[in-house]
Design a protein around this ligand. Structure first.
Ligand SMILES: *[C@@H]1O[C@H](CO)[C@@H](O)[C@H](O)[C@H]1NC(C)=O
Ligand SMILES: *[C@@H]1O[C@H](CO)[C@@H](O)[C@H](O)[C@H]1NC(C)=O
Ligand SMILES: *[C@@H]1O[C@H](CO)[C@@H](O)[C@H](O)[C@H]1NC(C)=O
Ligand SMILES: *[C@@H]1O[C@H](CO)[C@@H](O)[C@H](O)[C@H]1NC(C)=O
Ligand SMILES: *[C@@H]1O[C@H](CO)[C@@H](O)[C@H](O)[C@H]1NC(C)=O
Ligand SMILES: *[C@@H]1O[C@H](CO)[C@@H](O)[C@H](O)[C@H]1NC(C)=O
Ligand SMILES: *[C@@H]1O[C@H](CO)[C@@H](O)[C@H](O)[C@H]1NC(C)=O
Ligand SMILES: *[C@@H]1O[C@H](CO)[C@@H](O)[C@H](O)[C@H]1NC(C)=O
Ligand SMILES: *[C@@H]1O[C@H](CO)[C@@H](O)[C@H](O)[C@H]1NC(C)=O
Ligand SMILES: [Cu+2]
Length: 661
């Protein structure tokens, strides 16, 4: 079978003008189906939407209402979640199985209806069932901001023509989904993880809008390890991702950690894992006995795909239980992003829509002016390297002031604790050169800003996510104490069990949003919060956790303020108890996904102004699949009026084969 080409029901956008309002009803139709595709030159089974990888762009205006019909022609269940959208008044449209709806059975359908009132920016959508978005059920969602909103990037304009050029660049922005990619179905990978305990953090390639190639590392780098064997200076121009410049007393600063190299941290994590594991029935296996000795040669050696070998296995399994790892270079085409130099500016809407890997992103020879984070306009930051946690989005403006030519947009996996893979992918920004002449190599060798292991070079400005304050007024948090504080200690309690708070989340058979008829309503992983209240969530990593890696954390139904984060423990019961230099209540970032640093903490605040049952979870797919989530219910009394009575899914939604047999 070749690349899936048949055009199925394509996106029909029917703009029905609503009388007396500028909001339109926009209809889309999604057909989910299995197909065969080779996005990186390796053919495999994929799950597509309308034959496309990534799925169709949902492109609407602020205030529009959406009606999205989803027909599930897969032979597995699914749901679709609209990442970052608030679902105000429609908490049953959030797309989370067991929380807001029943899974859509094979052969079944579900229509999502919700409004985009007061929301704008770059979002994405994806399956929220098992890890099926890894199989390609994901796509971009753009809500074009109302013309009346002020744009942060107009400050970049030298004159009024430039304002027009910047606005045009935003309007014509390239929407780019970046994601790590593997050559096996997610169910196959999960089954192996569940059986052997070997964490599947190693991927085959990184795609940009469904295009990429397998690029195996040269032997010399595989032998040198994550440090690449290069003498280097690492950027100290900004602190690490989502980590405030304030650090705990007696804690190493992020700069020190960065210079020390993440690999050292991973060795600590292994060592502590081992001591923890000694008293359990689990085992740690190493390729060679000497590999735990920090200064022995060879300990850094990478697998053919550029990965550190998995360290933990279930009893009875070791590295030989896994399929022999191989890497074969491919030469499939890279994504080309056209840019016209005469237009002056190029805008990119970027999302890390991957399964396991945080990404570092840069554009050779150019700065990026970050003007939106998770959709929302921010005060601008000029950077050379972005750090993107899973689920996060950034919109950037690029000045097209270089010689016409080809420039690499690079994206590299970035380690979190012991999850280490050296892998870089590229797309090509092409300006004023005809597409036909593309040779897929950047001819203009201008400065690149990062190493292929994702570390920023010394002259490169790395994004400081903690400084991304909202651009618009009135987006500061309430400054007083919280009405309620939740303190969570993330814990890997077992080799295939990760928890946010004590117990793994398990999907109840009736969705929690339908109230106490759901067994999940009173579950230990469901918390009932007071409505119209200020909630703080302080997250740390349990010192008993088998692994102390960092996690990308996402809350549904809200944007939240990131009040602070850092390395080490946060030894305060509430935000009010913490010293003010650790906490930003004045102009903190306001977003829907943030990073909990490896062996660190993060504190967020939000307002319970949106009745619903909202899942709060790690976005790393193998973690949420094994339960790394809790459900935060607010306005429980108001839910029946919003979602109506629970109707069990019709049994006729079973697949045809069931009916025939
Ligand atoms: C959607 O599924 C229902 C059964 O749940 C069925 O009655 C309906 O015809 C389906 N709609 C479409 C457009 O296939
Ligand atoms: C994972 O493995 C356990 C047994 O170790 C089994 O009970 C469970 O069903 C498996 N989960 C999945 C989703 O396969
Ligand atoms: C893949 O290509 C790179 C760059 O040309 C080369 O260094 C590497 O050895 C190749 N690896 C394999 C396994 O062919
Ligand atoms: C990446 O490679 C550079 C250059 O050798 C090295 O200094 C840095 O520590 C490495 N980063 C990581 C995360 O290993
Ligand atoms: C770049 O190409 C566009 C047409 O694609 C043209 O209008 C413009 O003048 C060119 N700019 C330069 C600097 O060559
Ligand atoms: C973390 O998990 C371990 C292993 O199950 C358990 O002994 C410990 O009490 C847990 N710690 C926390 C803070 O939940
Ligand atoms: C379930 O909630 C309803 C109202 O929402 C209440 O009347 C009923 O008593 C509750 N049942 C249980 C078992 O708590
Ligand atoms: C919460 O606040 C909203 C908006 O101010 C108000 O309409 C609603 O009645 C409040 N709910 C409660 C339970 O106080
Ligand atoms: C682990 O955390 C617990 C509770 O936060 C604390 O009491 C204990 O001292 C810590 N242990 C170590 C070894 O840091
Ligand atoms: Cu996680």
């Amino acid at each position: 079978m070749r690349v899936y080409a048949e055009k199925l029901v394509t996106c029909v956008a029917v703009a029905l003008q609503v009388v007396g309002s500028r909001a339109a009803l926009r209809r889309f139709s999604f057909k989910l189906h299995s197909a065969s595709n080779s996005p990186d030159g390796f053919e495999r089974e994929v799950y597509l939407i309308n034959g496309q990888q990534p799925g169709p762009l949902i492109d609407v205006d602020e205030g529009d209402d959406l009606d999205i019909f989803v027909q599930n022609d897969l032979d597995v269940e699914t749901t679709i979640h609209w990442h970052g959208l608030l679902q105000r008044g429609t908490p049953d449209m959030d797309g989370v199985p067991g929380v807001t709806q029943d899974p859509i059975a094979p052969g079944g359908n579900f229509t999502y209806r919700f409004s985009t009132a007061s929301e704008y920016g770059f979002f994405w959508y994806h399956s929220h069932f098992r890890a099926y978005y890894n199989d390609a059920i994901r796509g971009p969602l753009l809500i074009r901001p109302a013309a009346s909103r002020q744009r942060p990037f107009v400050d970049l304009a030298g004159n009024s023509d430039d304002v027009v050029a910047l606005l045009a660049a935003e309007r014509d922005a390239a929407n780019i989904l970046l994601n790590d990619w593997t050559h096996e179905l997610s169910d196959t990978i999960f089954a192996r993880y569940n059986r052997t305990g070997a964490f599947p953090s190693c991927v085959d390639s990184i795609l940009a809008n469904g295009q990429g190639r397998v690029q195996c590392l040269p032997e010399a780098i595989l032998e040198s390890g994550p440090g690449l064997g290069i003498e280097s200076e690492i950027s100290t121009s900004a602190t690490g991702p989502s980590i405030s410049t304030a650090t705990m007393p007696n804690m190493p600063s992020m700069d020190m950690l960065d210079q020390r190299g993440m690999h050292d941290m991973s060795m600590e994590a292994h060592a502590s894992s081992e001591t923890t594991l000694a008293s359990t029935s689990m085992s740690i296996s190493h390729p060679t006995a000497s590999s735990m000795m920090p200064d022995m040669p060879g300990m850094d050696t990478l697998s053919p795909r550029g990965c550190m070998l998995p360290m933990m296995f279930k009893p009875g399994f070791d590295i030989s239980s896994l399929p022999q790892e191989t890497c074969t270079n491919t030469t499939s085409p890279l994504l080309t992003i056209a840019a016209d130099q005469s237009r002056g500016w190029l805008a990119l809407n970027l999302v890390n829509s991957g399964a396991v890997s945080a990404l570092r992103v840069s554009l050779d020879g150019h700065s990026m002016f970050v003007y939106a984070a998770d959709g929302l306009y921010t005060n601008m930051q000029e950077v050379n390297v972005l750090h993107m946690e899973l689920g996060q989005r950034y919109s950037v403006m690029v000045k097209l002031n270089r010689a016409p030519g080809k420039y690499y947009l690079r994206f590299a996996t970035f380690p979190s604790g012991d999850m280490q893979q050296v892998l870089e992918g590229q797309a090509i920004v092409l300006y004023n050169t005809s597409k036909a002449s593309t040779t897929n190599t950047a001819e203009d060798l201008v400065s690149d800003w990062m190493y292929i292991n994702g570390s920023a070079k010394s002259d490169a400005a790395l994004l400081d996510a903690s400084a991304l304050s909202p651009f618009e007024d009135n987006l500061s948090p309430p400054s007083g104490p919280a009405d309620k504080t939740l303190s969570f200690l993330v814990n890997q309690t077992d080799i295939v069990s990760w928890v946010i708070d004590r117990a793994p989340f398990e999907e109840p058979s009736i969705p929690i949003v339908y109230g106490n008829i759901s067994s999940g309503w009173d579950s230990t992983t469901t918390m009932h919060l007071p409505i119209n209240s200020t909630i703080d969530i302080i997250m740390g990593i349990s010192n008993q956790s088998l692994d102390k890696m960092g996690h990308p954390i996402h809350l549904h139904g809200h944007k939240f303020w990131v009040l602070g984060s850092g390395v080490g423990t946060f030894p305060y019961a509430t935000i009010a108890d913490a010293p003010s230099d650790l906490i930003n209540l004045e102009n903190p970032p306001y977003r829907d996904t943030t990073g909990l640093p490896s062996q660190g903490w993060v504190a967020i605040r939000y307002l319970t102004d949106n009745p619903g049952a909202w899942i709060f979870h790690c976005h790393l797919q193998w973690h949420i699949v094994v339960g790394m989530a809790v459900v935060l219910v607010e306005g429980g009394d108001e839910l029946p009026a919003l979602v109506g009575q629970y109707n069990p899914p019709p049994t006729t939604a079973m697949s045809d084969t069931c009916l025939l047999s």
